[in-house]
Design a binder for this molecule. Structure first.
Ligand SMILES: [Zn+2]
Ligand SMILES: [Zn+2]
Length: 339
C-alpha cells in the first residue's frame, strides 16, 4: 500500500473532505506514526474555522493521537518500529531560546510546533511527527482510551498536579463535560477532597460515580457560598467556557486559593476586593509537553482514570465533529482508523 486516507480542511470554513494521499516518508529527526485512534477536540475548530493566524491549508486536524511507530527517520534515537505512542497538542520547541532554557517549552516563540496545526494531525491513517511530540503508551490502555487523554486528559491532570493543592485539600472542578469528567476523576485519585460543580441536579450521580465527595448544582445553589461552607477551595479548576460561571466561584476560594482556568471563555470578570482580601489568584494553565502526556497516561493506567467516549470510524469524521460541536457527546468523541 502506498496511499492512505486523510480528512483535510482545504480552506477556512470548508467542509471536511476525505482525500487519498501517498504515505509520506519521515525526514531526519521525525517518525511516521500509523494512527489507530484520534480524539476530536474543540480546538480542532481553530483549523476548521480558520481562527489560527498563519495556518497553512490544506490541513489535517487532530491532536489526540494514539498509534504505532511505523517508520523512523535518520538520526532518531530512543524510539523504535512498532512502539506504541501518543501525540498531543504540544509537538515541539527549539530548546535553545531563553524560555526553553528555563524549561518553559510551552512558551517557545522560535520553533513552537502544534500537532494538527503546524503539521498534519491524526484525522488520517498516518502522520509524520518530530520525536519531541511522542509519549510512550502503557500496555493497559487501548488506542481509544489513549486519544482523549492526550489533550483533555493531560490538560486537567497537569493543571491539577501543578496547582499547589496537596492531598486532602478541597479542590473543586467547575464543569462536568469533556474536560471536567476527567478532572473530577484525576482530582479524586490524587487524593483531593473533590467537589464537582455543574448545572442541574441530574449530573449529581455521575459526579459521585467519578469520585466527587460533594456536588454543587450551580443553578439551584450559590457555588461560592457552598464552597465556603466546606471550608473554602484551595483550587477551583475552571473547565467551562462561560466567564460568569467562573466568576461565581471566586468567593468560594480559601485564603491563598487559586482559580485555575483551562476553559477558553470570551472574558472573565474578577472582583479585585476578593483577590486582595483573600490573597486569592486567577491563573491559566497550558496543557503540557510530551513527557507530561506520558505521565498522564501512566497515572491513568495505574489509577483507572478513563475518558467516556463516543467512537466513530475515520470516514465519518464530519458527523463525529458535528457531534462534538453539539455539546451533546458524553463526553469525548474519538475517531478510529481500523489500523
Ligand atoms: Zn485539544
Ligand atoms: Zn524555544
Amino acid at each position: 500500500m502506498t496511499t492512505m486516507r486523510a480528512v483535510q480542511v482545504s480552506r477556512p470554513n470548508a467542509p471536511f473532505e476525505i482525500v487519498e494521499r501517498s504515505i509520506p516518508a519521515p525526514p531526519p529527526g521525525s517518525v511516521r506514526v500509523k494512527v489507530q485512534a484520534c480524539g476530536i477536540c474543540h480546538s480542532d475548530s481553530l483549523v476548521k474555522d480558520g481562527h489560527w493566524p498563519g495556518l497553512q491549508y490544506p490541513r489535517v486536524p487532530g491532536h489526540e493521537v494514539a498509534g504505532l511507530i511505523d517508520a523512523v527517520g535518520a538520526g532518531v534515537t530512543g524510539w523504535k518500529l512498532g512502539q506504541r505512542v501518543g501525540l498531543g497538542w504540544h509537538a515541539g520547541h527549539c530548546g535553545a531560546c531563553d524560555d526553553c532554557r528555563r524549561g518553559d517549552f510551552f512558551a517557545c516563540t522560535v520553533a513552537h510546533q502544534i500537532t494538527g496545526i503546524d503539521f498534519d494531525g491524526g484525522y488520517a491513517d498516518y502522520l509524520i511527527a518530530p520525536t519531541t511530540a511522542l509519549a510512550r503508551v502503557p500496555d493497559e490502555l487501548s488506542p481509544v482510551e489513549v486519544g482523549p487523554l492526550m489533550c483533555a486528559g493531560i490538560t486537567t491532570f497537569n493543571a491539577l498536579r501543578n496547582s499547589g493543592a496537596r492531598p486532602g485539600d478541597l479542590v473543586a472542578i467547575l464543569g462536568l463535560g469533556g474536560l471536567g469528567h476527567l478532572g473530577v476523576q484525576f482530582a479524586a485519585k490524587m487524593g483531593f477532597h473533590t467537589v464537582a460543580i455543574a448545572r442541574g441536579p441530574d449530573k449529581q450521580p455521575l459526579a459521585k460515580k467519578l469520585g466527587a465527595r460533594h456536588y454543587i448544582d450551580s443553578q439551584a445553589q450559590d457555588p461560592a457560598a457552598e464552597l465556603g461552607k466546606l471550608g473554602g477551595a484551595k483550587v477551583v479548576l475552571a473547565t467551562v467556557t462561560h466567564g460568569p460561571a467562573m466568576s461565581a466561584t471566586i468567593g468560594g476560594l480559601a485564603p491563598n486559593g487559586t482559580l485555575l482556568v483551562i476553559g477558553a471563555a470570551q472574558s472573565l470578570e474578577v472582583s479585585p476586593l476578593l483577590l486582595i482580601m483573600g490573597q486569592r489568584s486567577v491563573k491559566g494553565w497550558y496543557s503540557g509537553t510530551s513527557i507530561d502526556s506520558q505521565d498522564t497516561l501512566a497515572f491513568s493506567a495505574a489509577t483507572g482514570v478513563r475518558s467516556m467516549n463516543e467512537v466513530f470510524p475515520l470516514e465519518r469524521a464530519a458527523e463525529a465533529y458535528a457531534r462534538m460541536l453539539s455539546g451533546k457527546a458524553r463526553f469525548r468523541v474519538v475517531l478510529t482508523t481500523g489500523n
